[in-house]
Design a protein around this ligand. Sequence first.
Ligand SMILES: Cc1cc2nc3c(=O)[nH]c(=O)nc-3n(C[C@H](O)[C@H](O)[C@H](O)COP(=O)(O)OP(=O)(O)OC[C@H]3O[C@@H](n4cnc5c(N)ncnc54)[C@H](O)[C@@H]3O)c2cc1C
Length: 317
Amino acid sequence: MLVNPATGRRAKMSWHAEEALHSVSDLLQRVKGFSGESFYENNGVVRPALYPEIGFDFKRAPEKYNWPEGWIQWLEQEEFTSRFPFFENAHGGLIIGKGATVKGSRYIKLLSQYLEANGLITIYNSKAEYSQTDSGWKIILSSGETAQSESIICATGSSLLKDPNWDFLPMNSIKGQTATFRFNENVPLNSSVSSLGYLAYTSSSPDELVVGSTYEHNFEDLEPNEKGLNYLKDKLNSSLPGWSEKIIESDQWAGVRVSSKDNMPIIGNHPHLKGLYVFGALGSKGMIHGRYVAQKIADYIADGKPINSAISINRFV
Ligand SMILES: Cc1cc2nc3c(=O)[nH]c(=O)nc-3n(C[C@H](O)[C@H](O)[C@H](O)COP(=O)(O)OP(=O)(O)OC[C@H]3O[C@@H](n4cnc5c(N)ncnc54)[C@H](O)[C@@H]3O)c2cc1C
């Protein structure tokens, strides 16, 4: 997965990018220290402008947003092509110095172990339902266990859309597929790439790329499919021409991202039900925003610190 502070076709600086990056970097470092495993690299993101119009927008990005020193640099076509000759179709490009690439499934596993070592109780493979009681909330797990709490945070991703308590929130879910491709030689990159889709690269797996992702607004199931695979091979080829022929092995994954009407996360308390909170709508930015926004809901519940209006549930109440 990419931690990319300059997303979209205008390379817009993501919301509170500096604080959010600091927040996730701190967590990544702690999990690395705990596990002794290198599951991420601060290797930046290179953004080739594969069409002249994209180049026009990218070129303006460094001036348009208030970037911290050294985060972003635009390179004109000649310089970009001499540094990155394998992007045959680039009309210049951006170098985002502050991005990172994370081996997502490994991270989630190690993060769980780290949190468990610090007292978190986790229960897997069990569906949770919840109901209000006189003193708060009761969680009932499909395994039969129950828990009682004053407060409950619903952070159930796309299941929020099916939860009647949150049906007033304007959210939608978009299926996405990624493909992990292994090649018969090392990829000529030293950072990840975000152009039309992304190519996630780490130097510890130099013959491998994770290519993402599809955006499927209408979907019937959550399985990866052939259509997705072909789409992702095309994405690979438009960034690195000829590389789809070098694939020797591929693996696929599919998931759902949830977005709000204004594409910002939603956190806060239910307008009528005391002790019921929501955390969600991270869209495609779970890595850069997840840790930061989680801190904000914790600060709100534990210390009563107000939530920034840009991410507060109040904008939809
Ligand atoms: C193809 C694809 C590629 C992506 N690539 C990137 C990337 O490179 N960088 C990035 O920053 N973001 C990326 N994202 C987005 C990122 O995955 C999301 O922003 C993030 O996962 C949202 O986190 P969440 O915790 O809100 O929801 P989720 O990750 O969906 O987690 C919700 C969890 O709740 C569980 N759950 C739901 N209902 C129940 C229930 N009743 N009982 C118990 N458990 C329940 C679910 O099983 C799930 O584990 C990508 C998304 C997709 C689909």
